[in-house]
Ligand binder design. Sequence first.
Ligand code: 6PG
Length: 230
Amino acid sequence: MEQIRRWHIYPTVDELEAYAARAVLRAAAQAIEERGRFRVVLAGGNTPQRIYGRLRAVRADWERWHVYFGDERCLPAGDALRNDRMARDVWLDHVPIPPAQIHAIPAELGAREAARRYAATLAPVERFDFVLLGLGEDGHTASLFPDHPGGNGADVVAVRDAPKPPPERVSLTAARLGRARQVMFVVSGTQKRRAVAAWRRGDPVPAATVTLPAGVDILLDTTAWPDPFV
Ligand code: 6PG
Protein backbone atom coordinates (compact mmCIF):
# COMPACT_ATOMS: atom_id res chain seq x y z
CA MET A 1 0.00 0.00 0.00
CA GLU A 2 1.33 3.43 -0.97
CA GLN A 3 2.04 5.50 2.15
CA ILE A 4 -0.32 8.47 2.54
CA ARG A 5 1.59 11.15 4.43
CA ARG A 6 0.61 14.44 6.07
CA TRP A 7 3.56 16.72 6.82
CA HIS A 8 3.08 19.13 9.73
CA ILE A 9 5.85 21.71 10.12
CA TYR A 10 6.36 23.66 13.34
CA PRO A 11 8.54 26.74 13.82
CA THR A 12 10.07 25.30 16.98
CA VAL A 13 10.57 21.88 18.52
CA ASP A 14 8.63 23.12 21.55
CA GLU A 15 5.53 23.63 19.42
CA LEU A 16 6.03 20.24 17.82
CA GLU A 17 6.27 18.59 21.25
CA ALA A 18 3.22 20.43 22.56
CA TYR A 19 1.13 19.36 19.59
CA ALA A 20 2.36 15.76 19.79
CA ALA A 21 1.52 15.52 23.50
CA ARG A 22 -1.95 16.91 22.84
CA ALA A 23 -2.47 14.46 19.98
CA VAL A 24 -1.63 11.52 22.24
CA LEU A 25 -3.99 12.76 24.95
CA ARG A 26 -6.79 13.34 22.42
CA ALA A 27 -6.36 9.82 21.05
CA ALA A 28 -6.37 8.44 24.58
CA ALA A 29 -9.59 10.23 25.54
CA GLN A 30 -11.31 9.00 22.39
CA ALA A 31 -10.11 5.40 22.76
CA ILE A 32 -11.10 5.23 26.42
CA GLU A 33 -14.53 6.70 25.67
CA GLU A 34 -15.14 4.32 22.76
CA ARG A 35 -13.39 1.15 23.99
CA GLY A 36 -12.57 1.60 27.65
CA ARG A 37 -8.80 1.52 27.16
CA PHE A 38 -5.95 3.16 25.23
CA ARG A 39 -3.23 1.10 23.61
CA VAL A 40 -0.20 3.19 22.69
CA VAL A 41 3.17 2.25 21.19
CA LEU A 42 6.09 4.43 22.30
CA ALA A 43 9.08 5.55 20.27
CA GLY A 44 12.61 5.38 21.62
CA GLY A 45 15.54 7.71 21.12
CA ASN A 46 15.83 11.34 22.21
CA THR A 47 13.14 13.17 20.25
CA PRO A 48 10.14 11.86 22.22
CA GLN A 49 11.69 12.44 25.66
CA ARG A 50 10.26 15.89 26.22
CA ILE A 51 6.92 14.79 24.81
CA TYR A 52 6.84 12.12 27.50
CA GLY A 53 7.87 14.73 30.04
CA ARG A 54 4.83 16.79 29.09
CA LEU A 55 2.57 13.74 29.55
CA ARG A 56 3.98 13.23 33.05
CA ALA A 57 2.55 16.58 34.08
CA VAL A 58 -1.07 16.07 33.03
CA ARG A 59 -4.07 14.39 34.62
CA ALA A 60 -5.32 11.51 32.49
CA ASP A 61 -7.27 8.28 32.90
CA TRP A 62 -3.96 6.47 33.43
CA GLU A 63 -5.51 3.26 34.75
CA ARG A 64 -6.89 2.71 31.25
CA TRP A 65 -3.60 3.14 29.42
CA HIS A 66 -1.74 0.13 28.01
CA VAL A 67 1.82 0.95 26.92
CA TYR A 68 3.84 -0.97 24.35
CA PHE A 69 7.22 -0.22 22.77
CA GLY A 70 8.02 0.03 19.07
CA ASP A 71 11.48 -1.35 19.65
CA GLU A 72 14.05 -2.06 22.31
CA ARG A 73 17.77 -2.28 22.50
CA CYS A 74 19.23 -5.60 23.64
CA LEU A 75 20.77 -4.32 26.85
CA PRO A 76 20.34 -5.51 30.44
CA ALA A 77 16.99 -4.74 32.07
CA GLY A 78 17.08 -1.26 33.57
CA ASP A 79 20.07 -0.18 31.49
CA ALA A 80 20.13 3.61 31.14
CA LEU A 81 20.29 3.32 27.36
CA ARG A 82 17.15 1.26 26.99
CA ASN A 83 14.09 2.87 25.44
CA ASP A 84 11.82 1.62 28.24
CA ARG A 85 14.20 3.04 30.87
CA MET A 86 14.01 6.47 29.21
CA ALA A 87 10.21 6.42 29.11
CA ARG A 88 9.99 5.26 32.74
CA ASP A 89 12.46 7.85 34.00
CA VAL A 90 10.77 10.84 32.39
CA TRP A 91 7.14 9.71 32.52
CA LEU A 92 5.90 6.19 33.23
CA ASP A 93 7.32 5.87 36.74
CA HIS A 94 5.55 9.11 37.67
CA VAL A 95 1.96 8.32 36.65
CA PRO A 96 -0.38 5.60 37.97
CA ILE A 97 -0.49 3.33 34.93
CA PRO A 98 -0.87 -0.18 36.40
CA PRO A 99 2.56 -1.88 36.08
CA ALA A 100 0.99 -4.89 34.35
CA GLN A 101 -0.19 -2.52 31.62
CA ILE A 102 3.32 -1.39 30.74
CA HIS A 103 4.52 -4.04 28.32
CA ALA A 104 8.30 -3.78 28.05
CA ILE A 105 10.10 -5.79 25.40
CA PRO A 106 12.26 -8.38 27.27
CA ALA A 107 15.28 -7.46 25.12
CA GLU A 108 17.64 -8.55 27.90
CA LEU A 109 16.84 -12.10 26.79
CA GLY A 110 18.46 -11.54 23.41
CA ALA A 111 16.81 -10.51 20.17
CA ARG A 112 15.42 -13.85 19.05
CA GLU A 113 13.84 -14.90 22.35
CA ALA A 114 12.57 -11.39 23.06
CA ALA A 115 10.98 -11.18 19.61
CA ARG A 116 9.28 -14.53 20.16
CA ARG A 117 7.90 -13.52 23.54
CA TYR A 118 6.81 -10.06 22.47
CA ALA A 119 4.95 -11.49 19.48
CA ALA A 120 2.95 -13.52 22.03
CA THR A 121 2.36 -10.37 24.09
CA LEU A 122 1.00 -8.60 21.02
CA ALA A 123 -1.12 -11.52 19.78
CA PRO A 124 -4.28 -10.43 21.66
CA VAL A 125 -3.91 -6.83 20.44
CA GLU A 126 -5.84 -6.48 17.20
CA ARG A 127 -5.03 -2.81 16.65
CA PHE A 128 -3.09 -0.17 18.52
CA ASP A 129 -4.86 3.12 19.07
CA PHE A 130 -1.76 5.27 18.63
CA VAL A 131 1.78 4.56 17.41
CA LEU A 132 4.51 7.11 18.01
CA LEU A 133 7.67 6.78 15.92
CA GLY A 134 10.94 8.59 15.39
CA LEU A 135 13.09 8.88 12.29
CA GLY A 136 16.78 8.09 12.06
CA GLU A 137 19.30 9.91 9.87
CA ASP A 138 19.24 6.95 7.47
CA GLY A 139 15.46 6.88 7.33
CA HIS A 140 15.08 4.10 9.90
CA THR A 141 12.18 3.99 12.29
CA ALA A 142 11.85 1.87 15.42
CA SER A 143 14.67 -0.58 14.73
CA LEU A 144 13.80 -1.11 11.09
CA PHE A 145 17.00 -0.17 9.29
CA PRO A 146 17.82 0.08 5.58
CA ASP A 147 19.11 -3.20 4.08
CA HIS A 148 18.02 -5.17 7.14
CA PRO A 149 15.33 -7.88 7.32
CA GLY A 150 11.92 -6.26 7.84
CA GLY A 151 10.34 -9.35 9.34
CA ASN A 152 8.29 -10.58 6.33
CA GLY A 153 4.81 -10.11 7.75
CA ALA A 154 5.73 -11.18 11.26
CA ASP A 155 4.77 -8.90 14.15
CA VAL A 156 8.19 -8.63 15.75
CA VAL A 157 11.66 -9.03 14.29
CA ALA A 158 15.06 -9.75 15.83
CA VAL A 159 17.59 -7.23 14.53
CA ARG A 160 21.32 -7.82 14.33
CA ASP A 161 24.16 -5.61 13.09
CA ALA A 162 22.03 -2.50 13.54
CA PRO A 163 24.01 0.55 12.33
CA LYS A 164 22.78 2.47 15.37
CA PRO A 165 24.24 0.95 18.55
CA PRO A 166 23.59 -1.37 20.15
CA PRO A 167 23.81 -3.76 17.22
CA GLU A 168 21.24 -6.20 18.62
CA ARG A 169 17.66 -4.99 18.90
CA VAL A 170 14.04 -6.04 18.77
CA SER A 171 11.53 -4.19 16.62
CA LEU A 172 7.90 -4.29 15.72
CA THR A 173 7.62 -4.75 11.99
CA ALA A 174 6.16 -2.17 9.63
CA ALA A 175 3.15 -4.43 9.18
CA ARG A 176 2.51 -4.53 12.93
CA LEU A 177 3.18 -0.83 13.45
CA GLY A 178 0.62 -0.11 10.74
CA ARG A 179 -2.11 -2.09 12.50
CA ALA A 180 -3.19 1.05 14.28
CA ARG A 181 -5.79 3.78 14.26
CA GLN A 182 -3.18 6.50 14.16
CA VAL A 183 0.57 6.67 13.42
CA MET A 184 2.56 9.81 14.21
CA PHE A 185 6.23 10.44 13.50
CA VAL A 186 8.13 13.14 15.38
CA VAL A 187 11.24 14.50 13.66
CA SER A 188 13.54 17.31 14.74
CA GLY A 189 17.06 18.45 13.93
CA THR A 190 19.08 19.36 10.86
CA GLN A 191 20.66 15.91 10.92
CA LYS A 192 17.30 14.47 9.80
CA ARG A 193 16.97 16.66 6.69
CA ARG A 194 18.43 14.19 4.25
CA ALA A 195 16.21 11.39 5.49
CA VAL A 196 13.15 13.65 5.23
CA ALA A 197 14.14 14.71 1.71
CA ALA A 198 14.57 11.06 0.67
CA TRP A 199 11.23 10.18 2.24
CA ARG A 200 9.49 13.04 0.42
CA ARG A 201 11.15 11.98 -2.85
CA GLY A 202 9.55 8.57 -2.44
CA ASP A 203 12.74 6.68 -1.67
CA PRO A 204 12.03 3.34 0.03
CA VAL A 205 13.31 4.40 3.45
CA PRO A 206 12.06 2.15 6.28
CA ALA A 207 9.87 4.97 7.66
CA ALA A 208 7.97 4.89 4.36
CA THR A 209 7.00 1.25 4.87
CA VAL A 210 4.70 1.96 7.84
CA THR A 211 1.42 2.52 6.04
CA LEU A 212 -2.10 3.23 7.23
CA PRO A 213 -5.22 3.49 5.03
CA ALA A 214 -6.02 6.81 6.73
CA GLY A 215 -2.44 7.99 6.24
CA VAL A 216 0.33 8.80 8.70
CA ASP A 217 1.15 12.16 10.29
CA ILE A 218 4.70 13.44 10.34
CA LEU A 219 5.48 16.28 12.74
CA LEU A 220 8.69 18.16 12.01
CA ASP A 221 10.24 21.37 13.14
CA THR A 222 11.77 23.71 10.57
CA THR A 223 15.29 22.44 11.33
CA ALA A 224 14.33 19.01 9.99
CA TRP A 225 12.52 20.30 6.92
CA PRO A 226 14.76 20.10 3.88
CA ASP A 227 15.83 23.46 2.54
CA PRO A 228 13.86 23.75 -0.72
CA PHE A 229 17.10 24.57 -2.49
CA VAL A 230 18.97 21.44 -1.34
C1 6PG B 1 16.14 3.99 19.03
C2 6PG B 1 14.84 4.35 18.36
C3 6PG B 1 15.12 4.92 17.01
C4 6PG B 1 14.93 6.41 17.11
C5 6PG B 1 15.54 7.11 15.92
C6 6PG B 1 15.55 8.63 16.17
O1 6PG B 1 16.26 2.90 19.60
O2 6PG B 1 17.02 4.85 19.00
O3 6PG B 1 13.99 3.33 18.32
O4 6PG B 1 14.28 4.45 15.98
O5 6PG B 1 13.54 6.71 17.17
O6 6PG B 1 16.87 6.65 15.78
O7 6PG B 1 16.32 8.85 17.32
P1 6PG B 1 16.44 10.34 17.92
O8 6PG B 1 15.04 10.76 18.29
O9 6PG B 1 17.33 10.18 19.13
O10 6PG B 1 17.02 11.20 16.85
